[in-house]
Design a protein around this ligand. Sequence first.
Ligand SMILES: [Fe+2]
Ligand SMILES: [Fe+2]
Length: 172
Amino acid sequence: MLSKTIEEALNNQIRIEAESSQIYLAMACWAEVKGLEGVSNFMYAQSDEEREHMLKLVKFINERGGHAKISQLAAPNVTFKSFKEMFEKLFEHEVYVSQSINELVHISLQEKDYATHNFLQWYVAEQIEEEAVARTILDKINMIGDDKGGLYLFDRDIENLTVTTAATKATE
Ligand SMILES: [Fe+2]
Ligand SMILES: [Fe+2]
């Protein structure tokens, strides 16, 4: 059984994952209208992943006697100055999500809820990976700068981008 504190904290994370999905969907749309098909496909896939993260939390709360509450979401940014800015925002957002997961882990320990603590380890490992991917993309974008040819190649290659981290094994 979940304590009210844990239930509320997990519900808050549901909102954050749902907002992440919306933020990345908006990025996918912007990239699509700008003609960067690879970036757009990559962001659509990221958006789907965030929805999976959300659903995993929904199921966990409901299965443990709580009630997953679907709430109103903040509207995402729909336009960006550049792809560099867009990927900076993506990286910043992943760092924010990691902080929020860390806070959740902290609360689960305070509440002595070891089942939730165990469940959250998947998210801890996932965030290491997501931050690493976002950082890798940002490094590449910084290398490209304003070079249109570079952006073309980047768009072609981003869908095959894989990053191996120490956490990769844990999330497989
Ligand atoms: Fe997520
Ligand atoms: Fe994420």
